[in-house]
Ligand binder design. Structure first.
Ligand SMILES: Cc1ncc(COP(=O)(O)O)c(C=O)c1O
Length: 396
């Protein structure tokens, strides 16, 4: 073993021992920590413990808590409370929209989705395709942007839904949603967008962006896991994905997750997207600027002009992403190599394949996603760790 490798290992071990003191989390697109506004709220939320469908006083307290939360969340996106259906997750909301197409139109329908959708769109779409539905998948350009003309060219008389993710979780690319919506409206086709990575980071005004369906999730914007929501412009036309107790006005059975719903509303009431952007944008600039100074042969992935301000996907030539993430983990820094929703998979993330990155680079891409609690020191330490890990892996 060369002296150089010995020194690297000793240095990494030394940094790792320090890292035990401070863990640095740069995986906000996978899930966020809870918003501090919740710290003192849990005892109050716990008082709404009763079954919200029960008619007694305790049940009514829980019901009122849910309805008040619905109003807060609806007002955050400029919608009406009755247009929101609470679900267990964004995955469930996405499944519900796709199931709705099949329930209403059966196997004669045609559906258009982008090639950058989350698996909770892709897999139900693939299921209804197996039942006869025609599907067009619009692939992005090599930077991850969907071309509106490609969607226009795919529309047929049978098209019953267009679904395009607002911002991709793996590479952060933002899609031209207002333009795609205008196209859908011109052709009288319902439009759905998965806004999971958008919610909380940017404003959403459904009075001006008149989509038919929108998917939201709590745990990507500082609320707990176990709560999501489906916005439906016309909820009367919606069909339930889970049947049973007729909860959520018959649109989603299952006793509501009252505390998580209350927490979701509380967090959004404390969310100021522009303040979050003002905090995170300079940190991302620090990361991008210093990456070029500290790391040789790196390349950015995805369209940088249309990218979430908290997300940076990049690869380092000759450095395996799994090895890099493992080294960073040892050094106390949490980063992702693809979608955390499919962790354990050694396959390149779906979006990486969709943008047709050269095969040699597909296993080199890592994602750093920043958030409300990221500091300049986190960025500094991550850059030092990235540079050291990359050198070590290259020389191993
Ligand atoms: C864009 C997007 N949609 C949907 C989901 C699924 O969210 P949930 O964990 O709430 O099911 C995720 C999770 O990573 C996501 O990033």
């Amino acid at each position: 073993m060369s002296v150089w490798i010995c020194i690297s290992i000793l240095t990494l071990t030394w940094i790792a021992s320090l890292a035990k003191l401070t863990r640095r989390y740069l995986d906000y697109n996978a899930s966020t920590p809870l918003h501090p506004c919740l710290d003192r709220k849990w005892p109050q939320f716990a008082k709404a413990f009763a079954n919200p469908s029960s008619l007694h006083e305790s049940g009514r307290v829980a019901r009122e808590a849910i309805e008040s939360a619905r109003e807060t969340i609806a007002s955050f996106i400029s919608a009406s409370p009755e247009q929101l259906v609470f679900t267990s997750s964004a995955s469930e909301a996405n499944n519900q929209v796709i199931q709705w197409v099949f329930d209403h139109h059966g196997p004669d329908a045609h559906v258009i989705i982008s090639g950058l959708e989350h698996s909770s769109i892709r897999e139900p779409v693939s299921y209804i395709q197996s039942q006869g539905v025609q599907v067009s998948i619009i692939e992005p350009d090599t930077q991850g942007r969907i071309c509106v003309d490609d969607i226009a060219a795919a529309i047929t008389d049978q098209t019953r839904l267009i679904s395009v993710i607002w911002a991709n979780n793996e590479i952060g690319t933002i899609q031209p949603i207002p333009e795609i919506l205008a196209l859908a409206q011109k052709n009288n086709i319902p439009f759905h967008t998965d806004a999971v990575q958008w919610l909380g980071k940017y404003e959403i005004n459904l009075q001006t962006l008149d989509v038919d369906f929108m998917t939201l999730s709590g745990h990507k914007c500082y609320a707990p896991k176990g709560v999501g929501a489906l916005y439906a412009k016309d909820p009367i036309g919606l069909t339930p994905f889970i049947r049973g107790g007729n909860h959520e006005r018959g649109l989603r059975s299952g006793t509501e997750n009252t505390m998580a719903i209350m927490a979701f509303a509380e967090v959004l009431a404390h969310t100021d997207p522009s303040a979050l952007e003002a905090h995170i944008r300079p940190l991302k600039s620090q990361l991008v600027d210093q990456l070029s100074e500290r790391i040789s042969d790196y390349y950015l992935v995805g369209n940088q002009s249309h990218c979430l301000y908290n997300t940076l996907a990049f690869g380092i030539q000759g450095v395996d992403a799994q090895a890099l993430a493992m080294n960073m983990d040892l050094l106390g820094i949490d980063i992702a190599t693809g979608s955390a929703c499919s962790s354990g998979a050694t396959e390149p993330a779906h979006s990486i394949k969709a943008i047709r990155l050269p095969k040699s680079q597909q296993n080199e891409v890592v994602r750093l996603s920043l958030g409300q609690f990221t500091t300049a020191e986190d960025i500094e330490m991550s850059l030092a760790a990235l540079s050291q890990s990359a050198d070590q892996i290259r020389h191993a």
